[in-house]
Design a protein around this ligand. Structure first.
Ligand code: PMP
Length: 426
């Protein structure tokens, strides 16, 4: 029994499944999740004293690596002044100015405490602003766990949504339409059927919750055009991609302008933070200036703002994103070359500092359908092999992996040496 085994058994007594968020339980790959004691730079350390090169980065926030000295110091300094006031602070203005300067489509921004809150609030705002009830999302995209977003496509792409979790009333789910990612025709068909009813489209601009699926050429702009044609808002959920795919997010990388943007993860520097923002005219519709209600006791929390701001400032460093992209390409292409060497069919996708690999014969993976047909057993074997070799990848074939600025060339070489060994054994 490892210490992680013991802790997992103990945790299950008082915490459902032993975890506070399901995917941490390793249900996608089997086995015992590693209980983490500390993390530093590109490495995390488990309760048994094992070190791992970390490609999860707390599911995205740790783009500078773990325990970054500037962020740690900013948090320690902020703590001196108290933990929460529930009243406005100058720090929140600094944060809002920083975000709106970095992401030009966001003319105004409201801070919340998670990505889920950001998307949930943006959708309420879009519905309030347009006076329409339906929303359109994509199969395979995840936007947090609000009722209206835990919805799958019905039996056909054009049917009304069905709850993907018990507890979501079918009466709610029917307002969520589900289209096919990277398939503009599926979106147009839904708008033709409900021309006056759709408040917004929400999507991940690079889908990172079905592994890593970038948008095909023209897809994002096509969505922008459809929204303009029918008077719906375009919400780009950059909770994962914001400040990761590029400094100003995927919307800058692909040059598309949303009405609203959702942020999370990186913007909090590892603290619980989310944000939504966009066109001023739309944002003015939120309380207290407007009628759409939204609030939060800990929203704009001073410690969280200090951590997020320190991270955002560090992200301004010249050449940082180019270097992240170079290293991501190197490790992703490296995986592919090694798979080829060992005769294992694999396809890779990468954008900015996120990547995914697929055990499939398909040369290009652009759809949810293709992702579901990949060789899951091979993924699991690869995953556990890499873990044994000290590399911590996302414990699910449906999640993107992330690189940080702390992953230096030596770390990448070690990762590829591990992959060489593991792929040889598959
Ligand atoms: N949107 C996207 C694109 C996400 O990846 C996630 C979380 N993985 C969320 C929203 C929800 O964020 P949170 O877990 O902070 O509620």
């Amino acid at each position: 029994m490892t210490r992680s085994d013991t802790l997992f058994e103990q945790a299950k007594q008082t915490i459902p499944g032993g975890v506070n968020s399901p995917v941490r339980a390793f249900n996608g790959v089997g086995g015992t999740p590693r209980f983490i004691e500390k993390a530093d730079g590109a490495y995390i350390y488990d309760a048994d004293g094992n070190a791992y090169i970390d490609y999860v980065g707390s599911w995205g926030p740790m783009i500078l690596g773990h325990n970054h000295p500037k962020i740690r110091q900013a948090v320690l300094d902020a703590v001196e002044n108290g933990l929460s006031f529930g009243a406005p602070t100058e720090l929140e203005i600094t944060m809002a100015e920083k975000v709106t300067a970095m992401v030009p489509s966001m003319e105004q921004v409201r801070m919340v405490s998670s990505g889920t809150e950001a998307t949930m609030s943006a959708i309420r705002l879009a519905r309030g602003f347009t006076s329409r009830d339906k929303i359109l999302k994509f199969q395979g995209c995840y936007h947090g766990h609000a009722d209206c977003l835990l919805v799958n496509a019905g039996s056909g792409a054009l049917t009304l949504g069905q709850p993907s979790s018990p507890g979501v009333p079918a009466d709610f789910a029917k307002h969520t339409l589900t289209a096919i990612y990277n398939d503009l025709e599926s979106v147009k068909a839904l708008f033709e059927e409900y021309p006056e009813d759709i408040a917004c489209i929400i999507l991940e601009p690079v889908a990172g919750n079905m592994n890593c699926i970038p948008p095909v050429d023209g897809f994002l702009q096509g969505l922008r055009d459809v929204c303009d044609q029918y008077g719906a808002l375009l919400i780009i959920d950059e909770v994962m991609t914001g400040f990761r795919v590029a400094k100003a997010g995927a919307q800058a990388h692909y040059d598309v302008k949303p009405d609203l943007t959702c942020l999370g993860k990186v913007i909090g520097g590892g603290m619980p933070v989310g944000a939504f923002g966009g066109r001023k005219e739309v944002m003015q519709y939120i309380a207290p200036t407007g009628p759409v209600y939204q609030a939060g006791t800990l929203s704009g929390n001073p410690i969280a703002m200090a951590a997020g701001l320190a991270q955002m400032e560090a992200l301004e460093e010249e050449g940082l994103y180019e270097e992240l992209a170079r290293k991501t390409k190197y490790v992703a292409e490296g995986f592919k070359a090694l798979a080829d060497k060992h005769g294992i069919p694999m396809t890779i996708n990468y954008v900015g500092a996120m990547f995914g690999f697929f055990f499939t014969e398909d040369e290009k993976v652009t759809s949810f359908d293709q992702v579901t047909k990949c060789d899951l057993e091979r993924f699991k074997a690869f995953y556990h092999g890499m873990l044994e070799e000290g590399v911590y990848l996302a414990p699910s074939a449906y999640e993107a992996s992330f690189l940080s600025a702390a992953h230096d060339d030596e770390t990448l070489e070690k990762t590829l040496a591990a992959a060489d060994k593991v792929l040889a054994s598959l």
